[in-house]
Ligand binder design. Sequence first.
Ligand code: UDP
Length: 479
Amino acid sequence: MGNENRELHIIFFPFLANGHIIPCVDLARVFAARGIRATIVTTHLNVPYISRTIGKANINIRTIKFPSTEDSGLPEGCENTESALAPDKFIKFMKATLLLRDPLEHVLQEEQPHCLVADMFFPWATDSAAKFGIPRIVFHGLGYFPLCVLACTRQYKPQDKVSSYTEPFVVPNLPGEITLTKMQLPQLPQHDKVFTQLLEESNESELKSFGVIVNSFYELEPVYADHYRNELGRRAWHLGPVSLCSRDTEEKSRRGREAAIDENECLKWLQSKEPNSVVYVCFGSMMVFSDAQLKEIAMGLEASGKPFIWVVKKGGAKSEGEKLEWLPEGFEERMGESNKGLIIRGWAPQVMILDHGAVGGFVTHCGWNSTLEGVCAGVPMVTWPMYGEQFYNANFLTDIVKIGVGVGVQTWIGMGGGEPVKKEVIEKAVRRIMVGQEAEEMRNRAKDLSQMAKRAVDEGGSSHNDFNSLIEDLRSPAH
Ligand code: UDP
């Protein structure tokens, strides 16, 4: 398509959370690589992460001002959900994002783009785009399966027909007899209606929008791709996995924040290990565990006997000689001597690590980005969902594509609490994805999916072709 695409200009407006920014910037990179002019709109303090992820791609950034402390009630410097995790701050944060409407419209006025791709958490964006006579496309950063579960539970409300939080129900009008409990559905903050209302509005604005860009590829979930489009009647294009736009080690290591480990040191450590021998443990960009849970993880990993890289989002970088109270006695010394474990405190270059041949398994919280990045890396996963749509994604990995083993968590734990998962359970789950015939079979399936993912984004692949359809639809005078 190349040159004839050059005249199209698309504005991308990611929600201000790492798990939303990263795939949205990757998406903009997919468009830029296909010759489309792409501009990302964000607030000042999010620019450094976005610039890092953009790397050498030809993408502009337009900055808008985040609401002031007086208007938002948030402390200075709070422009990303990672600094607004406490429930009261989070609600204020969501309210503050409503005030981004005017600044965004100002940019639309000046830039006169042909289309606005905005995150699901900006429901007002459909009307903003309409004001300028352009289509609005919704980007959740999710795959078809979680989108189908969300749509069917919203429409048929099976959760209202059970008598307890633990009584299982089958999601109606969804292929595959998917069973959930009410405990696994989003538990919204009760004390404030803002979030509930936002989700309602998000759904309405999606139905009025031009369509949805899905971060997935057809071969991963053909049944749900067809169901979402044909049965649920949504207009959608799958352009993923968008993380595959990072091709070399440098690009893979530059996604999101600056890594808390020197990339070369990390690669050197990985290179000292056997192929498929290392388990990578990371719970997304936000999850901070209790000390008790961290201790169980440490003991479980050690007992599994497998080398590991473990990403811990607690405290800052470790200072010389500092003792980590949450680790079992002598753990660091033992891991240091045996060179068995690498703990990264802070941000890890996740895709770079996962794609290294030494990595053979992934313990994940099942955020959709991590889920798909694990699929692309071709590794079996231990599923440990916690909140959001993660229980659906976990279900997808264990029951549908069958490349995952659960740790048995049954309930949404919000951002921190819950009974710790015990070391024996962690050890057993890690062994199941790393050694033996079951692990081998899962690894083979995962490797096949990884190949399919790469073919999907290459010329002639399903995501590459859906990109062409989207461009055609955008050019069609009908809209
Ligand atoms: N990520 C990373 N390093 C980290 C933590 C997360 O690169 O230390 C990236 C990860 O590769 C993924 C995103 O951040 O692209 C997290 O998105 P996901 O949907 O998995 O989880 P969330 O953070 O939204 O819960």
